[in-house]
Write a protein that binds this ligand. Structure first.
Ligand code: CTP
Length: 210
């Protein structure tokens, strides 16, 4: 399978020296990319700014902003069978990026606008590709994740809670767009990477019919 994995945080610049981001370490996406490469898949990893080494045998392309990430994904879609969207995509960006460095006295209110939804934007061109998403949910996790899976044409979404941030293991559930769930319980992220690929491989096999 030709797998596109996205990992890590996005950055939206306020001026040339400041940005809005999030604390994603990128670990989950890197684990999926490493395991997929180990299994012999053709792996392209799109990475936000993280402190991780590129897994062996993986092609790596960096991104910073949500628009960069979208352009990379859209440009690779043709040559992709499966997208694992583990990037922690920021939801807002400054309405305008200032050049240089804004003085602190100039900027007491920051106007934000929404970012593009990458998966939702790719959904109309999805075809037979497998889309896997992630959601960190605090309240009504399955209901929220199900809504996202349906709206963004995902084949399944990996749901976890905030305790998962930076942790080695956490409690995960797969939610499918028809409402089915697979409760995995507490698993190590390295093991989860394999479970995600098992599911994606089975879906892909079902589509290509072998
Ligand atoms: N995602 C995306 N583009 C965005 C935001 C999220 O492609 N602008 C992807 C994420 O990579 C993830 C999935 O969509 O795989 C769900 O992300 P999440 O942040 O949980 O959902 P949102 O739609 O942003 O909803 P909210 O922040 O309101 O919970």
């Amino acid at each position: 399978m030709r797998i596109l994995v996205t990992a890590g945080p996005t950055r939206e610049y306020i001026d040339d020296v400041r940005f809005i981001s999030n604390p994603s370490s990128g670990r989950m996406g890197y684990l999926v990319a490493a395991e997929a490469s180990r299994r012999g898949h053709d792996v392209h990893l799109l990475s936000g700014p993280v402190c991780l080494e590129s897994p062996e045998g993986v092609r790596l392309s960096p991104f910073e902003s949500v628009d960069d990430l979208y352009e990379l994904c859209a440009g690779c879609l043709e040559e992709t069978d499966c997208i694992v969207m583990a990037a922690a995509v920021g939801d807002w960006k400054p309405a305008a990026r200032a050049s240089g460095k804004r003085r602190k006295s100039d900027l007491l209110t920051l106007e934000l606008v929404g970012t593009r939804d990458v998966l939702a934007s790719l959904a109309p061109a999805k075809g037979g590709r497998v889309f896997v998403g992630f959601a960190m949910e605090v309240e009504t996790p399955v209901e929220n994740a199900l809504r996202k899976a349906v709206v963004k044409s995902m084949d399944f979404i990996v749901v976890n809670g905030p305790a998962s941030f930076g942790a080695e293991k956490a409690v995960f559930t797969f939610v499918f767009p028809d409402g089915r769930t697979k409760v995995l319980g507490e698993v190590r992220k390295a093991h989860l990477a394999g479970l995600i690929l098992d599911e994606a491989e089975a879906l892909f096999r079902g589509r290509v019919g072998d």
